[in-house]
Design a protein around this ligand. Structure first.
Ligand code: NAP
Ligand code: MG
Length: 486
């Protein structure tokens, strides 16, 4: 079949290959995990968590208010003073290792719940989110009793209570990114997941209980933005670790101004993925698809702005369209699915709004031809061809499977365009020349730059942003520092 034929779509389908869900254990109602126990919320209120691929309710989730936040922070402070900070580091490490091992043991269950609650394909949650979450606990468990070697002659000390607030795109993995280094450095934790994806964090609370972590060392509370704000404002909190939108990041920064609370903010992104004419084109096309379409574009470091060198633009766009036609959008629990459900109705509305904006801005829109399921929140993988620097779809974070395409002639031009944006979280460079890679990695204002690959993560490697993408690093040795004073 010629590529021209492929761009019009396949007329055959894979047989469904649904992942079993009879092995998972879910309650109909979840309470707050405070001081080692599940307790009813002071608000007496619960909210629904919904499966975005079916629009059906999965469970009721407790809605924490400021009093619940106070109980959780007080429990964390007591556990810090009475137990955790006094415990020998090698004993702390054992708990963290134990959590890692139980995550591995319960990986299948966690993967299925992540896909049900958040909408991401089971392939992603099973092969990436859950194993990488376990790896973070393993990695930081290893550091717990080696802090003096990590920072020689600097006598690192823990901070106290860490308030950790996370978004909905990698619920379990973000919880692991936050909790593992905090515990390894001797801090205690109050963590709040995003309201639409609380379930795997609550499963993690069950695991933490099963691992006999001393009560209060990790508290997991569910609720809305007001609970997050109460965590940030609480006087007993010493450190804030936030991953989410730039707007909320700015609110947090204002709220802690003038206090001695430490903070790391991991915020939005709008990454440039740059393809030079000497790049391995087929591999690059796969990298573009991996960078923006897998995980529905719900990735802060998604390669959402494509820059292609002018003389290969036609070839790249043609091959990209052909590859996109083969992507399967549908049931997140089907092992063949490439693109699952958009996390929530609100997010889908936001993406659709941007699709309208792009068309209004006069851009050529390309969407794949296969139908998407009628029920549930779905968006077809989309290209905006012929985009310009000034377009809103280029400048603003869409957080969906939408890719803008711009062309360039010279290295200087692409560096200027790639950097001309408020964000600076990540970027990708595709070329055969090592010298070009080194040139770009020094000139692109982005925290992470991938060369001839995209979206690769490892617990040993630091991650974080420049400019409005935030500050502080998570992962690696660098990820220990925000939880220590010297
Ligand atoms: P969000 O609206 O900023 O929410 C993030 C978290 O903050 C949620 O738990 C949210 O609770 C809570 N929150 C809301 N208002 C708050 C307030 N005033 N004070 C304290 N906490 C508050 O972000 P999102 O929509 O969940 O996630 C998408 C965003 O996260 C994107 O911009 C994406 O780029 C960014 N992100 C960045 C990274 C990174 O590493 N840089 C990683 C993943 C995602 P509710 O859910 O109840 O509103
Ligand atoms: Mg949900």
């Amino acid at each position: 079949m010629k590529t021209e034929d492929i761009t019009t779509g396949f007329d055959w389908k894979y047989a469904p290959a649904p992942e079993a869900k009879d092995h998972i254990k879910l309650k109909t109602q979840y309470d707050l995990f405070i001081n080692g126990k599940f307790v009813k919320p002071n608000s007496k209120k619960y909210f629904d968590t919904v499966n975005p691929s079916t629009e059906e309710k999965i469970a009721s989730i407790a809605q924490a208010n400021a009093k619940d936040v106070d109980s959780a922070v007080t429990a964390a402070k007591t556990a810090y003073d009475k137990t955790w900070k006094k415990m020998p580091a090698k004993e702390r490490a054992k708990y963290i290792f134990r959590i890692a091992r139980v995550i591995q043991e319960r990986a299948r269950e966690l993967g299925v719940i992540e896909s049900m609650d958040g909408g991401k394909p089971i392939r992603e949650s099973r092969d990436f989110d859950v194993p990488t979450a376990a790896n973070h606990f393993f990695y930081y468990a290893g550091w717990a009793d080696k802090l003096d070697y990590a920072f020689p002659n600097r006598k690192p000390e823990s901070l106290g209570v860490a308030a950790q607030i996370i978004p909905w795109n990698f619920p379990l993995l973000m919880a692991a990114w936050k909790i593992a280094p905090a515990l390894a450095t001797g801090n205690t934790v109050v963590l709040k997941p995003a309201e639409s994806t609380s379930l795997t964090a609550l499963k993690l609370a069950e695991i933490i209980q099963e691992c006999d972590l001393p009560p209060g060392v990790v508290n997991i509370i569910t609720g809305f933005g007001d609970a997050g704000a109460a965590m940030v404002a609480h006087p007993l909190v010493n450190k804030i670790a936030f991953t989410g939108s730039t707007d909320v990041g700015k609110i947090i920064q204002k709220a802690i101004a003038g206090t001695n609370k430490k903070a790391t903010l991991e915020l939005g992104g709008k990454a440039a993925n740059i393809i030079f004419d000497d790049a391995p084109i087929n591999q690059a096309v796969e990298g573009i698809v991996n960078g923006i379409f897998f995980n529905q574009g719900h990735v802060c470091c998604a390669g959402s702005r494509l820059f292609v060198q002018e003389n290969v633009a036609e070839e790249v766009i043609q091959k990209l369209k052909a590859r996109m036609q083969t992507l399967i959008v549908g049931d997140p629990l089907d092992k063949n699915t490439d693109i699952g459900a958009i996390n929530s109705k609100e997010q889908l509305d936001k993406i659709n709004e941007y699709l309208k904006i792009g068309v209004k801005e006069g851009l050529e829109l390309f969407q794949t031809s296969a139908a998407v399921p009628k029920k549930g929140f779905y968006c077809k993988p989309t290209l905006f061809i012929g985009a310009a620097q000034s377009n809103r779809v280029v400048q603003e974070e869409i957080f969906g499977p939408v890719l803008t395409i711009q062309t360039f002639r010279t290295i200087e031009e692409v560096i200027e365009k790639a950097n001309n944006i408020p964000y600076g979280l990540s970027a990708g460079v595709w070329t055969d020349k090592g010298s070009k890679i080194f040139n770009l990695t020094t000139k692109l204002r982005a925290g992470v730059i991938w060369a001839n690959t995209y979206n690769k993560f490892d617990p040993t490697s630091p991650f974080g942003g420049y400019k409005e993408s935030g500050f502080g690093r998570e992962g690696g040795l660098h990820g220990l520092m925000p939880y220590l004073k010297f």
